[in-house]
Design a binder for this molecule. Structure first.
Ligand code: ARG
Length: 475
């Protein structure tokens, strides 16, 4: 059988292998809602411009509503022969309403249709991810408030460096994923131009109203160049690159969670809901959820790589290569969404062993910098000299097998005679974190201030988000 859409030009139907490589219905069926919204906007515009009768437009709308319910009920007869979601819907529309269905494709091509559908899908995914990141930020802020003055070791090179507060550490991720949110928002802003009406590649001779369809679909404006409109997939690349960066942030955090959960660290405990046991070792409590979030970064980054490879070297305008965009984007963004949800659950449920954290913070001469700073402040020593003095004291404590705070006055003075008992006041880990009040520093009072600042930001974001989404939803 020749193809129903272009049978006029063809004597023979496609090879079975051709169908296997060509059909995209197995995955682009996820675009059905966007495809129907786009077709409705197009039909209404055609009617308003006098290109289609009002009656035809109405029957098209009704037919499309029937199709939406069929798809949602699982009764829609999807066919691989009809290649993709666009032709599946159009063919079904023809069966349901007859001749007017054949008029719907006036002044439109699958090229602008698929670009429109795909942008609408990505835009929804970005809005969802934005809300999910905000949710994760809120969970982190809550925990940071709870642990604003819990002392833990801060690391560089994964070696004890200086004591920090757990609240401060959690707030670092609030900042990181805040930038992820900004990247996604920026991507959404650039994405929000409508390709619809660019037709195959050159525009159309029909008196269409691209502003009307753009507006109906919640786009800010129509894309200005028809060739660009159907060839552009950088919105998808941008979304995936923001997703890859966000996933790598979640992966770093997951790695920390895995380390913190180990018996050797024992800093935190994940809730049962996000842990697994072992079938052979009864004592085990594995942080599988964190490990999987860590690993899924590979998938998200892989999706970005794959789409970059698909797009590189494609001449303008549409090439069928671009059909390969969808699975990567669906998988990449859905994977990130899942990771965000899981991470939010883990953060909300984690409990810190603050005594163990504080004890660990004290080991490894973590307050050596505080001792050096005391020499600078009280003895007016140049920092480099203070660093040297402290280094000798650390070496001495090491040979004595004790902490800096446990060195005798005699030992302290053997290295620097001007040291007094007052130096001990800076050697406790709690003194250390409390003193770090410089802007951005780890002091508990700073953490509490940042928690309040972020609580306000998240509250006003939510208000704006609610307002914006009621404004931009396509009808
Ligand atoms: N299924 C196609 C895709 O996803 C739709 C566009 C087809 N356009 C064409 N000229 N063959 O890219």
């Amino acid at each position: 059988m020749t193809n129903r859409m272009w049978g006029g030009r063809f004597a023979d139907g496609p090879d079975a292998l051709m169908e296997a490589i060509n059909a995209s219905i197995s995955f682009d069926r996820h675009l059905y809602a966007q495809d129907i919204a786009g077709s409705k906007a197009h039909a209404s515009m055609l009617a308003a411009a006098g290109i289609l009768s009002g009656e035809d437009a109405q029957r098209i709308h009704q037919g499309l509503d029937t199709i939406a319910s069929e798809i949602e009920a699982g009764t829609f007869p999807f066919s691989a022969e009809l290649e993709d979601i666009h032709m599946n819907i159009e063919a079904r529309l023809k069966t349901l309403i007859g001749e007017p269905a054949a008029r719907l494709h006036t002044a439109r091509s699958r090229n602008d249709q698929v670009a429109t559908d795909f942008k609408l899908w990505v835009r929804d995914a970005l809005d969802n991810i934005d809300a999910q990141i905000a949710g994760l930020q809120a969970a982190l802020v809550d925990k940071a408030e709870l642990y604003a003055d819990a002392v833990m070791p801060g690391f560089t090179h994964l070696q004890s460096a200086q004591p920090v507060t757990f609240g401060h550490h959690l707030m670092a991720y609030v900042e990181m994923i805040g930038r992820d949110r900004a990247r996604f928002l920026d991507c959404r802003r650039r994405l929000n131009e409508s390709p619809l009406g660019a037709a195959a590649l050159a525009g159309t001779s029909f008196p269409i109203d691209r502003d009307a369809t753009a507006q109906a679909l919640g786009f800010d404006r129509p894309a200005a160049n028809s060739l660009d409109a159907v060839s552009d997939r950088d919105f998808a690349l941008e979304a995936l690159s923001a997703a890859a960066i966000a996933a790598s942030h979640l992966s770093r955090f997951s790695e920390e969670i895995v380390i913190w959960c180990s018996a050797q660290f024992g800093f935190i405990r994940l809730p049962d809901r996000f842990s697994t046991g072992s079938s052979i070792m009864p004592q085990k409590r594995n942080p599988d959820a964190a490990e999987l979030v860590r690993a899924k970064t590979g998938r998200v980054t892989g999706a970005l790589q794959a789409l970059l490879m698909v797009m590189k070297g494609l001449p303008l305008a549409y090439s069928k290569d671009m059909q390969e965009d969808k699975e990567q984007v669906f998988d990449g963004l859905q994977t990130l969404s899942l990771c965000l949800e899981v991470m939010t659950g883990m953060v909300a449920g984690l409990q810190a062993d603050t005594a163990k954290m504080e004890a660990a913070a004290a080991s490894g001469f973590a307050t050596a910098t505080d001792l050096a700073d005391w020499c600078v402040r009280v003895l007016d020593m140049p920092f480099r000299d203070a660093h040297h003095v402290t280094g000798r004291l650390v070496a001495l404590a090491e040979t004595r097998g004790c902490d800096l705070a446990d060195l005798s006055m005699e030992d302290l003075r053997s290295v620097e005679p001007r040291l007094t008992d007052d130096v001990r006041s800076v050697l406790g880990v709690r003194d250390s974190v409390t003193s770090r009040v410089s802007y951005g520093g780890t002091a508990p009072e700073n953490v509490r201030r940042e928690v309040r600042r972020w609580q306000d930001i998240l509250k006003s974001d939510k208000r704006q988000h609610d307002k914006a989404s009621s404004r931009t939803r396509p009808q």
